[in-house]
Design a protein around this ligand. Structure first.
Ligand SMILES: NC(=O)C1=CN([C@@H]2O[C@H](COP(=O)(O)OP(=O)(O)OC[C@H]3O[C@@H](n4cnc5c(N)ncnc54)[C@H](O)[C@@H]3O)[C@@H](O)[C@H]2O)C=CC1
Ligand SMILES: N[C@@H](CC=O)C(=O)O
Ligand code: NA
Length: 440
């Protein structure tokens, strides 16, 4: 792509005018003069594709004549296409068509990037246009540009953080106000944090898509959503949150991307999303409401922390508009942003190979020798115990006890085999809860 000396406005097409799209439209209109100064040419919104053109959108301050239901036609007459429809189709087809017609694309669509990012990159390469997607992970937080560009000279070892605002909001409300799960999800929806179908948030699909994007960029390896071990928060109970509180911990949904040595000693990539207990003293524990925070550990840089608003209309629009300015500058001055980098092509490790720690709560018979049998189950699987806490529980029938065990680090395979062995022990009445523990 070469810069053109023209002073004609750059034509911007917006696909979607929901939570994020309406913020983008409003801010583009409000700050048009600043954008023109920053880019060197005005940006002109040439159309906004919507599904329901008759809807009242007067609050956006956008000229109603810009709304169209002809998204396919709109993408053929733009220099920059901003896709904020979400989902796989028609978003993918529209992006590919936009690129084929010479437009650079800015998207917030993590679901599409995690499912079929390579196709988008290939089209951008073929048509010599830009593909930017800072808003797709951790909303407003500048995170992908640092990984794609600023850290391109370093060796990233680990990326760990909170990348889903909805689930963080829900877990925070459960911890601090005792709110019920469904009420907290409804509040997150009303605040514009949740995906169109909040199952994507609650069951960890959204965080898994983001983890795939982060791991791909961090480790120069193609990682798609299906490579990510995913557990959501729908099984996190008020009792789990209370158990965490007793341990001076909080429960967070974490995305963890690591470069680790596999059994053969060769490096591989481990990518997982699951709830975990973290100590209240850990910086991630202080991440409240819909905020996101991500730590990046790189060989030369050491540890970096990125923190800010991970969801919501205006914060997400900030990231999108930063990308719009970047690709617009390329249009004016020449050059292109980075393409896909997959040269490392590392193998993806299984969840069983991931190294983690478990917190277990067991309901056991209160008899002599119980503790020894429980300890043997751990030892048999090579899992070392860090702490054990026993509490006698009176109730109807035979006296029982609750055992809370926290392990040292072991492979997830060994830990989960230990849980199976414990559940099969006659002295164990039930395994009440199992949760991974992260953070020192
Ligand atoms: N809401 C948030 O906090 C964030 C959202 N995102 C991503 O941004 C994208 C948009 O999210 P939201 O604005 O929250 O969703 P939304 O559901 O509020 O908006 C999407 C809009 O696209 C419209 N749409 C659907 N199909 C269309 C079509 N064929 N033509 C024209 N319009 C169509 C819908 O009617 C809706 O108004 C998604 O990819 C989402 O994952 C990314 C970061 C944060
Ligand atoms: N639904 C997402 C929106 C931002 O990506 C979230 O809750 O984080
Ligand atoms: Na971001």
């Amino acid at each position: 792509m070469t810069g053109t000396p023209s002073s004609a406005p750059l034509r911007v097409a917006l696909l979607g005018c929901g939570v994020v799209g309406s913020s983008v439209a409003r801010l583009l209109t409000e700050h048009g003069d600043d954008f023109a100064a920053r880019v060197g040419r005005p940006l002109e919104v040439v159309g906004i594709a919507v599904r329901r053109p008759g809807r009242d959108r007067s609050a956006s301050g956008v000229d109603p004549d810009l709304f169209t239901t002809d998204a396919a036609g709109l993408v053929t007459r733009a220099d920059i296409v901003v896709e904020v429809i979400g989902g796989i189709e028609p978003a993918r087809g529209l992006i590919l068509s936009a690129m084929a017609h010479g437009a650079s694309v800015v998207t917030a669509n993590k679901a599409l990037l995690a499912e079929d990012g390579p196709t988008l990159y290939a089209a951008a390469q073929e048509h010599e246009v830009d593909l930017y997607y800072e808003a797709a992970v951790a909303g407003a937080i500048p995170l992908l540009r640092p990984l794609r560009e600023s850290l391109a000279g370093d060796d990233v070892r680990k990326v760990i953080g909170i990348v889903n605002g909805t689930t963080n909001y829900v877990l925070d409300k459960m911890d601090t106000t005792g709110a019920g799960f469904d009420d907290a999800v409804a509040q997150a929806q009303a605040l514009g944090y949740a995906e169109a179908d909040p199952t994507a948030d609650v069951e960890g699909f959204d965080a898994a898509a983001k983890a795939a994007i982060l791991a791909s960029l961090a480790f120069h390896t193609r990682v798609s959503g299906e490579h990510v071990h995913r557990e959501g928060i729908s099984d996190v109970t008020a009792a789990d949150v209370a158990a965490a509180r007793e341990m001076d911990c909080v429960v967070k949904l974490l995305a963890i991307c690591e470069k680790v040595d596999g059994e053969d000693g060769a490096p591989g990539v481990s990518v997982r999303v699951h709830p975990a207990m973290i100590p209240r003293s850990h910086p991630l524990a202080g991440v409240r409401e819909a905020f996101n925070a991500v730590f990046v550990d790189a060989d030369a840089a050491g540890q970096l922390m990125f923190y800010g608003k991970g969801a919501g209309g205006d914060p997400t629009a900030s990231a999108i508009l930063g990308d719009v300015v970047a690709v617009a500058r390329h249009r004016v001055g020449g050059g292109r942003g980075p393409g896909e980098s997959t040269y490392a092509d590392l193998p993806i490790l299984t969840m069983g190979q991931a190294l983690t720690r478990y917190h277990l709560s067991l309901d056991v018979h209160d008899r002599p020798g119980v503790l020894a049998q429980v300890a043997t189950a751990f030892a048999d699987h090579g899992v070392s115990i860090e702490t054990v806490r026993q509490q006698t529980e009176d109730g109807p029938g035979e006296r029982g006890a609750s055992l809370v065990v926290v392990t040292h680090t072991a492979t997830d395979a060994a830990l989960s085999a230990t849980v199976d062995a414990l559940a099969a022990l006659p002295v164990v009445r039930s395994v009440r809860s199992v949760m991974r523990v992260e953070g020192e």
